[in-house]
Design a binder for this molecule. Structure first.
Ligand SMILES: C[S@@+](CC[C@H](N)C(=O)[O-])C[C@H]1O[C@@H](n2cnc3c(N)ncnc32)[C@H](O)[C@@H]1O
Length: 383
C-alpha cells in the first residue's frame, strides 16, 4: 500500500504555517478544496485560462489536498523504471511542466528518499503562476534537511504554450502532471514536439499523469497514439506500441487505481468537502525516444499484458480485462482449471504487469487453461 513520506506532514504544516490537525483550519481549507473540486469537474469538458492558484487560500487548499493525493501517483510508474537502473546516476535532472505548488517535487523527493538515492536532484519547475513557484522553493528548503541527497531547484514562470517557451536540454525526466488537461491537445502535441522532445536527454523519459476521468483519460490515450506516431516508445503502462485499443469503443478508458494510507487530515477534508479519496485513481503514460518498451522490464517474458479492469470473481470462474499485443480482451479462468502455474490469476489487481504464456485465444475471450503460466510483476511490492 502506498504511504506518504515520513516527513510529509511536518513539511506541509511548515510551508502552510498551520496545523492540519486543527479542525478550524481544516474547515477553512475544505471550503477552498470544494471550490477547486467544482472548478476541476466543471472544467472537464472546457479549457479555461483561469489562474485558480493565484489566490493564496486556493493555493493552500490545492497543496494540502490535491498535492497530497497526487504526489504518490508518481510512485508506480517510477517503480517500474527503478529496476532498469535509471536512478543510478550522480545527478537526476527533472523538468516539471505545470508544477503547481510543488506536487512533483514532493513526489520525486519521497520516491528517491525511499529508494536510497544519494545523488543530486536537479529540479526545474515551470508554471505560469509565480505563487506556485515560490511554494516549490519553500518546499525544497524544507525537504533538504530531511533527505540524504542534494536538492537543487530552479523556477521558470512562463506560459508553456508560448511558441518561444524553451526549457533547456538534457533532462532525465520530464513531468507533466495534471497539466495537459488544462491545455488543448493540439497545443500539448506541439509543446511535446517543439519544447519537450529537445529537452529530454538521449536516455530520458516523459511522464504524463492525468485524472482518471473518462474524458481526460481518453484525451491522454489519443495523445499516446500521437506520441507513438511521432517516434516515441511507451514504456508503461502499455505493453504494445500499436494503436490504443481502448479508443475503439467510446465507453472505454484506461486508468490505474492504487490503495494508499489515507492520512487523517485528508479523511477530514473528504468529509467536510463531500469528496472521497479512498483509492488513488489516475491515468499515465511513461514514454521515451530511445526505443525502451515494456519488454525491457521483463526481458525473459515474451507475452506481456497489463490488467486494465478490476477483477471479477464469479461463481466458478475469474474474469478480468487484459491489454497486450492481441488487444484489449476479457480473460477467463474456470475454477476447475486452477493450477500451480496459473494460481496468481485469481489475485491480479488493476494495472499489474503480467507475463502469460500458453493461453487460448477464442472468439469472444481468452481462456486461461490448466497449462497456462501466469506471472505477476508487482514493482511496488518489489517483485
Ligand atoms: C491541476 S494543476 C497540477 C499541479 C501539479 N502538477 C499536480 O499534479 O498537482 C495544473 C498546473 O498547471 C499550471 N498551468 C496550467 N496552464 C499552464 C500554462 N499554459 N503554462 C504554465 N503553467 C500552466 C497551473 O498554474 C497549475 O499549477
Amino acid at each position: 500500500m502506498l504511504s506518504l513520506p515520513p516527513w510529509y506532514q511536518t513539511i506541509l504544516e511548515s510551508v502552510l504555517g498551520l496545523s492540519v490537525d486543527d479542525s478550524r483550519q481544516v474547515q477553512r481549507l475544505s471550503a477552498g478544496v470544494s471550490e477547486l473540486s467544482k472548478r476541476f469537474t466543471q472544467r472537464e469538458n472546457e479549457l479555461s485560462d483561469d489562474k485558480y492558484t493565484a489566490s493564496e487560500d486556493l493555493r493552500s487548499a490545492y497543496l494540502v489536498y490535491y498535492s497530497t493525493v497526487n504526489l504518490l501517483k508518481l510512485y508506480s510508474p517510477l517503480s517500474e523504471l527503478f529496476p532498469t537502473g535509471f536512478f543510478k546516476r550522480p545527478a537526476l535532472g527533472v523538468l516539471d511542466l505545470g508544477s503547481g505548488p510543488g506536487t512533483g517535487l514532493l513526489g520525486m523527493a519521497g520516491f528517491l528518499d525511499s529508494h536510497g538515492f544519494r545523488g543530486t536532484l536537479e529540479y526545474t519547475a515551470v508554471d505560469h503562476e509565480l505563487g506556485n513557484l515560490r511554494s516549490v522553493e519553500k518546499i525544497a528548503g524544507n525537504i533538504k534537511p530531511n533527505v540524504e541527497f542534494t536538492v537543487e531547484v530552479e523556477i521558470h514562470c512562463c506560459d508553456v504554450r508560448l511558441n518561444d517557451a524553451q526549457f533547456g536540454s538534457g533532462y532525465d525526466l520530464v513531468l507533466a502532471m495534471n497539466s495537459f488537461n488544462e491545455i488543448a491537445r493540439e497545443e500539448s502535441i506541439r509543446i511535446i514536439h517543439d519544447a519537450i522532445a529537445p529537452a529530454v536527454s538521449s536516455t530520458g523519459f516523459l511522464l504524463i499523469v492525468e485524472p482518471a476521468l473518462r474524458d481526460t483519460s481518453r484525451e491522454l490515450l489519443r495523445l499516446r497514439d500521437g506520441l507513438v506516431a511521432s517516434g516515441w516508445t511507451i514504456f508503461s503502462p502499455c505493453t504494445r506500441q500499436g494503436l490504443c485499443p481502448a479508443l475503439e469503443k467510446e465507453t472505454d478508458w484506461c486508468h490505474s487505481s492504487k490503495a494508499w494510507e489515507r492520512p487523517a487530515f485528508i479523511e477530514r477534508i473528504d468529509k467536510a468537502a463531500g469528496l472521497i479519496k479512498e483509492e488513488l485513481k489516475y491515468s499515465y503514460i511513461l514514454a521515451n525516444r530511445h526505443g525502451v518498451g515494456a519488454k525491457h522490464q521483463c526481458p525473459d517474458s515474451d507475452d506481456l499484458y497489463r490488467a486494465v479492469s478490476e477483477r471479477f470473481d464469479e461463481k466458478g470462474r475469474t474474469r478480468i480485462i487484459l491489454c497486450g499485443e492481441i488487444g484489449r480482451n476479457f480473460w477467463m479462468r474456470n475454477k476447475r482449471d486452477k493450477t500451480a502455474g496459473n494460481r496468481v490469476f485469481g489475485s491480479i489487481t488493476r494495472y499489474d504487469l503480467l507475463a502469460i504464456s500458453g493461453a487460448e485465444i477464442r472468439e469472444h475471450d481468452v481462456l486461461v487453461r490448466p497449462d497456462t503460466e501466469v506471472q505477476i510483476h508487482d514493482f511496488l511490492r518489489g517483485d
